[in-house]
Design a protein around this ligand. Structure first.
Ligand SMILES: *Cc1c(COP(=O)(O)O)cnc(C)c1O
Length: 301
């Protein structure tokens, strides 16, 4: 998996006793670099975990091809990828598993915490049912396939409350509208800041062809860490909150304990230090957004 990701990507595996191996990212999308995966594969490797950063797809054709050649599972971290696609295929439906998040920071939320696991491999369906039912075969019992249910595996209580489900349903009913609104905000930032990219003050996001994204976030990349800190401070003085993002996991204390970075860190650290996220939410109005754009321009003047 990439080191440039949220801690949950790694925790999920470390919690089950796996050792996490990080590889470098591509500077254009901040996604796992498909070209360095193969060199990190050993006899012990079990899975590849692409993270679709900002709702922009990883190079899934190549990743699936590597996985099939080495007999590995692909578990997509599509936490940010709902409504996005790769060559027409919805993110989270390409690998053997796809994990989504409905945390309050995501495009669709169940009002705080929530998530979804998509299982694309029939062979895992029954076990997934069991794990979700606290490790019991209760769902087989309800389907009349066993005469009493019992504890058969590890599991937990992964069900959302009715209130959370209802909150999420309300948003999913307007999934298209929410997506369109976010995309139009994304495009306004892009257009508004293009002149700064032309004069090489900053870089704008790159969306590879075949990737249809969901405007999960809008980020810019500035010259370096120092410039980013001054820009954040400048925006803060003007009542705008802009945030950096992940500290690469391989440099964190738990990362040093439970994981290892294989290959060269050519881009992970340096590119993460340049990245700055701009305010982005459903319903962000044009006047407020223009103010953000104007303040960034003012900073560079
Ligand atoms: C939000 C996020 C997660 C975690 O989602 P939870 O719902 O908090 O479990 C994992 N990976 C990525 C890339 C995320 O953005």
């Amino acid at each position: 998996m990439p080191s440039y990701t949220f801690v949950s990507t790694a925790n999920a595996f470390v919690l089950r006793g796996a050792k996490v191996v990080f590889v470098d990212i591509r500077p254009d999308t901040m996604n796992i670099d498909e070209n360095v995966i193969e060199a990190a594969i050993t006899k012990k490797t079990r899975a590849i975990v692409p993270v679709h950063y900002a709702g922009v797809s990883c190079e899934m054709d190549i990743i699936m091809e590597i996985a099939s050649r080495h007999n590995l599972y692909v578990i997509e971290d599509a936490a940010q990828g709902m409504m996005s696609s790769y060559n027409g295929k919805a993110l989270g439906t390409i690998g053997h598993f796809g994990a989504f998040s409905f945390h309050e920071t995501k495009n669709y939320t169940s009002g705080g915490e929530g998530g979804l696991l998509i299982i694309n491999d029939e062979g895992f369906k029954e076990r997934a049912d069991i794990i979700r039912e606290k490790g019991t075969n209760r769902s087989l019992f309800f389907r009349g396939m066993v005469d009493k249910y019992q504890w058969v595996d590890i599991g937990s209580s992964y069900l959302p409350s009715e209130l959370q489900a209802a909150y999420l349903w309300g948003q999913l009913e307007f999934a298209e509208e929410i997506n369109e609104n976010r995309l139009s905000i994304w495009k306004r930032y892009y257009k508004g800041l293009l002149s700064l990219q032309d004069t090489r003050k900053l870089s704008l996001p790159i969306i590879p062809s075949g990737c249809c994204h969901n405007a999960h976030m809008f980020y810019i990349k500035v010259a370096n860490l120092e410039e980013r800190s001054s820009l954040i401070a400048y925006l803060k003085d003007n009542d705008i909150m802009a945030a950096f993002h992940y500290v690469p996991l391989h440099t964190s204390s738990a990362g040093l304990k439970y994981a290892e970075f294989i290959g060269k860190d050519r881009y992970t650290t340096i590119e993460s230090e340049r990245l700055l996220r701009l305010p982005m939410w459903y319903g962000l109005n044009e006047v407020k957004q223009q103010y953000v754009i104007d303040m960034i321009k003012e900073f560079y003047q």
